[in-house]
Design a protein around this ligand. Structure first.
Ligand SMILES: [Zn+2]
Length: 221
């Protein structure tokens, strides 16, 4: 897990926002390979094992399902679709790929310039490192408000709760991609849709506490 991503994470438990504290037991380059993220507010501890940070909590101790990696061509096509729909041609920032999208995490890194990819609940073959960070999530995206530029939700992650936490985690004008069956969450304007997915953009101002009416027309008073 990329060290600089630690500042983007939040404790998924329902309490006020706090930064998580990283305890890196084994650091390779700028990736935490073994360690722990701790929440100073509620005391929750999230282990990092083989570079994978697990936010699911003690209740879910189930191992990740071992699956066969899709072939290279399928991964390359998936990565190109994700990069195009999420507008990842501009360099920099963090893009989040959940579930089936996360299968192409390393291909997306290869296609883009200085974009860090956070793979949430990826298939088993996706390893952490080389621009890809891996996290296992519960029912919300464990990221701070306005911390990432783009998020792709697969069917398993397109729940109302997960989608709402994703909108909150997006920067203004950040892109959200979801299956067509998913209702457009509050705060997202639809840009396009086809038979499979819609893609939308986060509004400048979203009702998250003290929101300014940034999109209001200029006042000529
Ligand atoms: Zn906490």
């Amino acid at each position: 897990m990329f060290l600089e991503l630690v500042g983007a994470f939040r404790c998924p438990r329902p309490h006020d926002l706090t930064w998580l504290v990283a305890l890196a037991l084994d650091l390779e380059d700028r990736d935490i390979v073994e360690g722990e993220l701790g929440c100073p507010t509620c005391g929750a501890r999230y282990p990092v094992v083989d570079g994978v940070v697990d936010f699911r909590g003690d209740a879910v101790a189930s191992a990740r399902r071992r699956t066969v990696a899709p072939d290279a061509r399928a991964l390359s096509e998936l990565a190109m679709r994700a990069a195009a729909l999420l507008a990842l041609t501009e360099p920099g920032g963090v893009a989040v790929l959940t579930g089936t999208w996360a299968a192409a995490a390393h291909d997306v890194v290869a296609l883009t310039e200085n974009v860090n990819v956070l793979a949430i609940d990826p298939p088993y073959h996706v390893a952490s490192g080389f621009g890809v960070s891996v996290a296992l999530a519960s029912d919300v995206l464990p990221l701070r408000p306005m911390s990432v530029r783009a998020i792709a939700l697969d069917t398993a992650h397109a729940t109302t709760r997960f989608a709402a936490s994703s909108v909150a985690a997006l920067l203004p004008h950040g892109r959200l991609l979801a299956p067509v069956a998913t209702a457009l969450p509050d705060g997202i304007t639809e840009l396009a849709r086809d038979q499979r997915e819609w893609v939308g953009e986060r509004l400048q101002s979203v009702k998250l506490g003290r929101g300014k009416r940034a999109s209001a027309s200029p006042d000529r008073g």
